[in-house]
Design a protein around this ligand. Structure first.
Ligand SMILES: [Zn+2]
Ligand SMILES: [Zn+2]
Length: 347
């Protein structure tokens, strides 16, 4: 099968993925499923993998390369293990990115992302930038009729990650309160739509790119700002003292040390983007009682909920399509923010 493989980490990001013919995956366990990839979203995490940000976390020995990235996958069931009951070859599916075991205590509580035996195809083992990839039955959600894998593939990670953060924000606000979304890329544009359908708060979207600002307006953001040097003043003015919730989809490039300054007293920062380091004086935490926490992807049931919002036409993925042969061009365009929404790779 055709696949794009990463051969080396490169902090300067000049390395190209190699398009090759490799052996397709085969079923090794009774619960496994081979999925024929319909589409795979291109994620900032893929850029961070190439840069080597994940090397010390998952590839200390440096023995994982070469491998196939791609963790935002949807497609059709190709082959199933002997114990698989809920799907059959030909079914259209979206794939929760974490292969959770379903047996450990965390899984029993529904915390798929905390699974004691979880695996993440596309991070350290082969993923979906290929014609086929291997996962397990418990990660699959059948698509609603009339939904194609191409319509939804990035929902598998970009979508649920944004949904989980937006759902948490929705539980913290009331009509008239403000939620600020920093970064209107693949995740931010989903978060805006989710917030508009989950709660009555007003949404402030911040992005320096005019295309992203226009998309935010189209999707119903109440206020759109360009993230200039007076962002803190602007937000304090608009909100009368600060935002009740800030969702930071950037987490680096200096945004990580502006985001918490946008909160009002008692406000909460939800960190989703990563790469930088937050420095907050402890006195700020005390005097303003602000809360800071991260949000990690999302649970299987959250992906189910998001697919229902999508089926009802309430949350849609905006994407630009690239063929697998053009994946290096897609990565370049992503780095240079040449498209709005998500880049999606089609094998
Ligand atoms: Zn992702
Ligand atoms: Zn588990």
């Amino acid at each position: 099968m055709k696949a794009a493989r990463l051969y080396e980490y490169d902090p300067a990001m000049n390395v190209q993925l190699s398009i090759e013919d490799v052996a397709p995956p085969t079923i090794n366990a009774a619960d496994e499923v081979v999925v024929k990839v319909g589409a795979a979203g291109l994620c900032r995490t893929d850029l961070h993998i190439i840069e080597g940000v994940w090397k010390d976390i998952m590839d200390v020995e440096g023995s994982l390369l070469p491998y196939i990235m791609g963790h935002e996958n949807a497609g059709w069931v190709e082959d199933v293990g002997s114990n698989v009951k809920s799907v059959k070859p030909g079914d259209a599916v979206i794939v929760h990115p974490h292969r959770s075991c379903g047996i450990c205590l965390n899984c029993r509580y529904g915390h798929d992302m905390y699974c004691d035996h979880g695996q993440f195809p596309g991070l350290g083992l082969d993923g979906g930038f290929a014609e086929y990839f291997l996962t397990n039955e418990s990660s699959l959600i059948k698509l609603n009729t009339n939904v194609t894998p191409l319509d939804v593939a990035p929902m598998a990670d970009a979508g649920i990650t944004a949904y989980r953060a937006a759902k948490r924000a929705a539980g913290l606000v009331y009509p008239g309160a403000y939620v600020t979304v920093l970064g209107v890329g693949g995740l931010g544009h989903i978060a805006i739509q989710c917030l508009k359908h989950l709660c009555g708060a007003r949404v402030i979207a911040v992005d320096r790119e005019p295309g992203a600002q226009a998309l935010a307006r189209d999707l119903g953001a109440d206020v759109v700002l360009d993230g200039g040097p007076d962002l803190i003043e602007q937000i304090k003015d608009i909100t009368g003292g600060g935002s009740q919730v800030v969702i930071d989809f950037v987490g680096e490039l200096g945004v990580e040390n502006i985001c918490w300054k946008l909160l009002r007293q008692g406000g909460e920062l939800i960190v989703v983007g990563y790469g930088g380091q937050i420095e907050v004086p402890t006195v700020e935490l005390v005097v303003n009682e602000i809360k800071i926490g991260g949000s990690l992807v999302g649970d299987y049931t959250e992906l189910v909920e998001l697919m229902e919002l999508n089926a009802d036409g309430l949350v849609k993925m905006h994407y630009t399509e690239y063929s697998l042969d053009n994946i290096n061009a897609a990565i370049d365009d992503f780095k240079n923010r040449k498209f709005t929404g998500r880049g999606v790779i089609v094998p």
